[in-house]
Design a protein around this ligand. Sequence first.
Ligand code: FAD
Ligand code: DHB
Length: 399
Amino acid sequence: MRTQVAIIGAGPAGLTLGRLLEREGIEAVILEARSRDYVEHRIRAGVLEQGTVDLLTDAGVGDRMHREGLVHHGIELRFDGVGHRIPLSDLAGGRVIVIYGQTEVVKDLIAARLETGAPLRFEVEDVSVHDVDGDTPSVRFRHDGADHELHCDVIAGCDGFHGVCRQAMPQDRLQVFQREWPFAWLGILAEAPPSSDELIYTRHERGFALASLRSPELARLYIQCRPDDDLEDWPDERIWEELRTRFATREEGWTLNEGPVLDRLIAPMRSFVAEPMQHGRLFLAGDAAHIVPPTGAKGLNLAIADVRVLAEALVDSYRRGDRAGLDAYSDTCLRRVWRAQHFSWWMTTMLHVADDDPFGAQLMRSQLEYVVNSEAAATTLAENYVGLPFARTGAYSRG
Ligand code: FAD
Ligand code: DHB
């Protein structure tokens, strides 16, 4: 078997890269370890930056997103029982965010690929990458009981944090930066109308809580919990009680809508970057190279920003023999990655409550008060949250 680009992983990064390359006439084969059903129902992120929305639209996979996605122009920060609206679009040059689940993005990308018949194999096993240092790299895998070898020009490692591609990089050249957080998120999907038109990020002395949504009938809610908590520790009534307490407001007329819990998970929180994101003919993208804590809603958006850079670099290389973009891939991506790391760290520390840190808690209360009272500080939040504009030669620009 032979192709131009072997893409490992059919998450948002791998599927989007496949789509961008297909539109440019570059061949790719996507290999995914899980089943189609599994990847289409893995509930994760829900906030798309303006740049992500534009890219999916330009790639011809935005129709359903434009029909069903919910355009938001602001978010609420709630603390000390009072809510404060951050008018994102007013502060960030009119840019918006769109609420559209990662599951839906993935479904749209898979449907588009199957429609054109471009190669996408689910349930592949024992994937390994070979000879990335030379000119003839390959990927070996098992599928339908047979062994295969896929020869290619380039391998795109889009296989997430637990994939094989980062492990295939020379470990002595890889520099890892990381931070484990002393808390996790418990997330639920509830059959209940959202309690607010816009997302609410709350800091309460008992911990962080977030009210998001998937549709006018489905609420998505998160609370800070302990990293070693088990889902069994959290029966529905305890979850709702904690949500009611943390969202409690001194203002009249707001109630938390409740309903049957359809899905639940506990997600650990991690900040992680592996540098460089490339070695020879292997290029890492998305969670394979970096993880952010979810408070800034950046994970999915960063994954798509990486493959945008990679797709443009591959086009330059195939069309004009210009390898400059590929050579600069890691440096270009990392500038945006570290901006998102900082923003995610800042949002996380500002909104979560750590045990035994009363000094930190006072600092963060002060920071929140500053953000909601200073246009300069609110603008910092807004422009990072909606996503900094892309630049051709760098990771972001002033727009
Ligand atoms: P992934 O989505 O992880 O996709 C990688 C794909 O590679 C997977 O389909 C996997 O099955 C496949 N794969 C792995 N190993 C192999 C292999 N050896 N061979 C072939 N295929 C392989 N971000 C937010 O912004 N907000 C959130 O609320 C949020 N919640 C999250 C909750 C959880 C539990 C997790 C894990 C992540 C969450 N994220 C969230 C992060 C966001 O979902 C990720 O940043 C995003 O999925 C990254 O996309 P990706 O394509 O790089 O990786
Ligand atoms: C959602 C997830 C996030 O991490 C976030 O910051 C906002 C919303 C969501 O799943 O809807």
